[in-house]
Design a protein around this ligand. Structure first.
Ligand code: CA
Length: 228
């Protein structure tokens, strides 16, 4: 579980990060609205904990912008104000749940667990199709044709998911790095090339009738049809 925490109060942010990490969540932090929005828009998180009052950009605006880009990451909204209008505004903007400050650690962890469970159930039913392949993202495996199943690593699975969702369109190496490696600054285009290579081998091995075309100098494009 990879969480994004957007909270400008440094001491609160550090306390929350500590509690979440202690409970085995991996946590990235942002301290202002602009940085938070940029990170949220990568779509790499399983859950976003978003404060309402932030410098540079408010939580509600971030939420609207993130949702308008089609990113459905569950969002837990933190608010110090507890009027009905404020709750409704947050939920209208696309929050999945909210917590009113101050809250206890137990309360926070319970909400995080509930939202990740819900997300897990959505993922569980998710199967993506292209050509004769069906990608099961919950179990990181791809079935080619009737019953030829190939196991994928998590990164291969995320990469194939990205390609299938953008079938017929060119995805740049930069977009792939952003979406799959996120803020891992050690990753570069070599990583992308290596994983594309692995993925092609596995798809060939499984007799898939989709191919990953190289668009020289730009990136890749998934298309239906056999490799030639
Ligand atoms: Ca704040």
């Amino acid at each position: 579980m990879r969480l994004l925490l957007v909270e400008d109060e440094k001491r609160l942010s550090e306390a929350l990060e500590y509690i979440l990490k202690k409970n085995k969540y991996s946590v990235d932090t942002a301290y202002d609205g602009e940085a938070g929005e940029d990170m949220a828009k990568t779509g790499i998180y399983d859950l976003i904990i978003l404060d309402r009052m932030l410098p540079k950009k408010e939580g509600v605006e971030i939420l609207r912008n993130v949702r308008s880009q089609g990113i459905n990451t569950p969002v837990l909204f933190l608010t110090a104000r507890d009027t009905i209008e404020n709750k409704v505004e947050g939920l209208d903007a696309g929050a999945d749940d909210y917590l009113i400050k101050p809250f206890s650690n137990e309360e926070l962890l319970a909400r995080v667990r509930a939202l990740s469970r819900r997300q897990g159930e959505i993922l569980l039913n998710k199967c993506l199709h292209a050509g004769n392949i069906a990608l099961d993202t919950a179990h990181c495996k791809v079935t080619c044709g009737e019953n030829n199943t190939v196991k994928l690593t998590l990164k291969e699975c995320q990469l194939l998911e990205l390609l299938i969702k953008n079938k017929g369109q060119v995805i740049t190496k930069e977009q792939i790095l952003d979406r799959i490696w996120g803020f891992d600054i050690d990753a570069d285009y070599n990583n992308v090339e290596i994983f594309i290579h692995y993925l092609r081998k596995k798809l060939d091995h499984g007799a898939a009738n989709v191919r990953i075309n190289t668009v020289r100098g730009i990136g890749y494009c998934l298309e239906e049809g056999k490799n030639v």
